[in-house]
Design a protein around this ligand. Structure first.
Ligand SMILES: Cc1cc2nc3c(=O)[nH]c(=O)nc-3n(C[C@H](O)[C@H](O)[C@H](O)COP(=O)(O)OP(=O)(O)OC[C@H]3O[C@@H](n4cnc5c(N)ncnc54)[C@H](O)[C@@H]3O)c2cc1C
Length: 289
């Protein structure tokens, strides 16, 4: 339960943090909320020799709309998302997600950027960011790169981030009028990781026909899953019961769960089907308000 020894570094700027990352290479790790990294170090699943604590870098914690994007800073905590009036009024899908992560103590520290950078398919935000077509802003020695969330997750615990890059911001296109989204998760007990989770975001035209749709799945594959076939089946259709049921079946077919302590693979596939149906119905209802 005690992590191996490490050097603790506390840069005051992103530039300084990047220089440390370059200097110490694979032996160094960024520390933000510490809610995934510290437990891994205690179990000795991670053994960084250098911890680069970015918590003292100013100006990285914000939630604002600007230039057609919702911009969330790289040090923004779950608790800040949960308490943001902007998130409450315009992004209920993000509120749905932040609220079901762990417990208030974890949420006071954990960051959205860390949740994505960790590359854990059991984390909840990746599915929601897939549904919202987010971009990850990675800052490194060469400046900023925009990484579309669709290709961000490479495999288990591995993302497109280079070793000397820091997630400095997450950008989400501001949804057009008549948009709505929802995130639903089944957990064994409050605060647990998902047995399965589904995020759905839809945009309707004036006649209630689906123009845009995003569907992301949690903990049913080596990476978070974008349910592309389910999305395709809904574009240009009315979100009635039959079309939603067909999309839910396609999402279940696209899931690749494995059997584990949270249940057999078939059960999880069934869950994806039902959660997709419910998430789409709630997204439709929110988009229709
Ligand atoms: C008891 C418990 C229950 C939990 N339950 C859930 C849950 O139900 N759902 C869920 O989604 N999560 C859950 N978590 C995980 C939690 O949300 C994590 O905090 C989050 O996944 C990682 O964010 P962090 O800021 O704590 O990152 P850290 O733990 O500090 O870092 C995690 C990894 O990401 C890297 N990293 C962090 N920030 C950056 C950055 N800005 N740029 C580049 N790399 C970075 C680190 O180097 C490290 O490799 C739980 C955690 C605990 C302790």
């Amino acid at each position: 339960m005690i992590p191996p020894p490490f050097e603790y570094l506390r840069p005051k700027t992103i530039r300084e943090a990047i220089v440390f990352l370059q200097q110490y290479g694979d032996e160094a790790k960024i520390l933000s909320g510490g809610q995934s990294l510290i437990p891994m170090m205690k179990f000795r699943l991670a053994r960084p020799s250098y911890l680069i604590d970015i918590n003292r870098i100013p100006g990285l914690s914000y939630i604002r709309e600007e230039g057609g994007y919702l911009k969330i800073g790289g040090l923004t905590r779950e608790a800040e998302l949960e308490n943001s009036p902007l998130i409450h009024s315009k992004y209920p899908i993000i509120l749905d997600t932040a609220r079901v992560i762990a417990d208030p103590q974890v949420r006071n520290m954990a960051t959205l950027a860390g949740n994505l950078a960790h590359g854990d398919p059991a984390n909840d935000h990746p599915a929601t960011m897939l549904a919202l077509k987010a971009e990850v802003v990675a800052t490194g020695s060469q400046g900023e790169r925009m990484l579309p969330i669709e290709s961000f997750f490479v495999t288990l615990f591995t993302t497109e981030l280079q070793h000397d890059e820091i997630v400095s911001e997450i950008r989400i296109p501001v949804p057009p009028p008549h948009s709505g989204g929802a995130y639903l998760k089944l957990e064994r007990k409050v605060g647990d990781f998902a047995t399965a989770g589904v995020a759905a975001e839809v945009t309707l035209n004036g006649k209630g026909v689906c123009q845009q749709v995003g569907i992301g799945l949690t903990n049913v594959g080596a990476t978070p899953v974008k349910a592309r076939k389910a999305e395709e089946s809904l574009r240009g259709t009315k979100l009635d019961e039959a079309n939603i049921a067909r999309a839910a079946q396609l999402a279940a077919d696209e899931a690749e769960p494995s059997s584990d302590l949270r249940g057999p693979a078939d059960y999880k596939r069934g869950l994806v089907k039902e959660l997709t149906r419910r998430a789409l119905a709630r997204a439709y209802e929110r988009a229709s308000r």
